[in-house]
Design a protein around this ligand. Structure first.
Ligand code: AR6
Length: 178
């Protein structure tokens, strides 16, 4: 699924984000920025040990924030390490923190002249964020950002499996009709 937002394209894709040929891929990291499981583990394995070495210099990152590194062995020139919230009950600022993580990634991409960026579904794995709710937040932020910033030409939102893809397709259609 692909939609046009002003001068930019937002595209849903299914697959492994580590293989994306874009200027920056986003990592669903934790506050230590020192690696973990899920997408984080896959990105560190694909990028090689130099990525961890650079991450050690960053002194972690607060929840809802993001920090940028080089991409090393990845096709992507940069990795943007975002820290989404752990989901408890939705009443502990999780929506605002998740929105902030997406917004910060987009701002970092703009600042580093990244014309293309790929996102995973931040917080929807180990961190337990209900997928539909997380998708709605992600797409609202991305669409709003692309409406105001033409320097990012392509946002790819990469879902790991068919079920996640179907959920996101449905939610994106809803968000576009709001
Ligand atoms: N490409 C695209 N999506 C993927 C991939 C992949 N290679 N692998 C998993 N996903 P998660 P979180 C999907 O758990 O919830 C780590 O240990 C997955 O199906 O990676 O933000 C960190 O170090 C899910 O929908 O991230 C943190 O401690 C989504 O990516 C913690 O997990 C996010 O799942 C962060 O948890």
């Amino acid at each position: 699924m692909q939609v046009q937002i002003n001068e930019s394209t937002l595209e849903l894709a299914q697959g492994d984000i580590t293989r994306e040929d874009v200027d920056a891929i986003v990592n669903a990291a934790n506050r230590s920025l020192l690696g973990g499981g899920g997408v984080d583990g896959a990105i560190h394995r694909a990028a090689g040990p130099e990525l961890l070495a650079e991450c050690r210099t960053l002194n972690g990152c607060e929840t809802g924030g993001a920090k940028i590194t080089r991409g090393y062995k990845l096709k992507a020139r940069h990795v943007i390490h975002a820290v989404g919230p752990v989901y408890h009950d939705g009443k502990r600022d999780e929506p605002a923190l998740l929105a902030n993580a997406y917004r910060t990634c987009l701002e970092l991409a703009s600042q580093h002249a990244c014309a293309s960026i790929a996102f995973p579904a931040i917080s929807t794995g180990v961190y337990g964020y209900p997928m539909e709710d997380a998708a709605r937040i992600a797409f609202r932020v991305i669409v709003e950002y692309l409406e105001q910033h033409s320097e990012i030409k392509l946002v790819r939102y990469v879902l790991y499996d068919a079920r996640a893809f179907a959920v996101h397709e449905r939610v994106l259609e809803q968000v576009l009709s709001e």
